[in-house]
Design a protein around this ligand. Structure first.
Ligand SMILES: CCCCCCCC(=O)SCCNC(=O)CCNC(=O)[C@H](O)C(C)(C)COP(=O)(O)OP(=O)(O)OC[C@H]1O[C@@H](n2cnc3c(N)ncnc32)[C@H](O)[C@@H]1OP(=O)(O)O
Length: 180
């Protein structure tokens, strides 16, 4: 990803930044993920950023993501939590290494190991939701996080998440299914 092509994409992505806000996903070229890939035009296109030690994502749903009428679908909730926390684990890894840029070497990639969601209240599907994630532990290849989902001023879900570093360009030998 640190090639000429991806640097061009990063420049394009930077132009998408709103005001001075730098969103994690806008620094991730070639990301085709359903939840967070800005190159997946059928996807949810979440955007995450740091607010101090917490990472925050504000996301506006659509009617097609209903569960019961007017209530956000639980799988969609899990998806946005999944993607927001994987992006958080990724950016946290670069942050603790001197806040080095995402496109510097080595490149790290993370995948969801465990995602446990507790649905506390129905989440209205017609107002924006806010996700707030925090890294609670980094141990070896594991990043452990909590994530809250807020609708208006009500917490409607909370999750415990474990991300695993599944790719490290400095350690890479042979094929890696997460490098595609
Ligand atoms: C920017 C982000 C963009 C994209 C975000 C997309 C997010 C996704 O949807 S990723 C797709 C969904 N997830 C997957 O496909 C993952 C499938 N699972 C796997 O590939 C493997 O089970 C994998 C890589 C997670 C772990 O396997 P492996 O590398 O062999 O782990 P292993 O060496 O046994 O364990 C390493 C550590 O992780 C822990 N661990 C392993 N698996 C898990 C797990 N599933 N949950 C929690 N912890 C785990 C182990 O306990 C160990 O911890 P410790 O060092 O403390 O003993």
């Amino acid at each position: 990803m640190g090639n000429h092509h991806s640097k061009k994409n990063i420049m394009i992505a930077t132009q998408e930044n709103e005001g001075n806000q730098i969103f994690f996903q806008h620094t991730m070229p070639n990301n085709v993920c359903f939840g967070c890939g800005h190159e997946n035009h059928e996807g949810l296109k979440i955007k995450s950023h740091w607010e101090g030690d917490a990472s925050v994502c504000v996301w506006e749903s659509q009617e097609k993501y209903n569960g019961w009428k007017g209530i956000m679908n639980g799988g969609i909730i899990a998806t946005i939590i999944d993607c927001h926390t994987m992006a958080t684990a990724t950016m946290h890894a670069y942050k603790v290494e001197g806040n080095r840029p995402w496109n510097s070497d080595p490149e790290y990639r993370y995948a969801t190991g465990t995602l446990t969601v507790k649905y506390l209240k129905p989440t209205p599907n017609d107002v924006p939701v806010k996700l707030v994630a925090r890294v609670t532990e980094v141990k070896g290849r594991k990043t452990v996080m909590t994530c809250e989902l807020w609708s208006n001023d009500q917490k409607t879900a909370e999750a415990d998440v474990v991300a695993i570093r599944v790719y490290d360009s400095s350690q890479q030998n042979g094929d890696n299914p997460f490098k595609g």
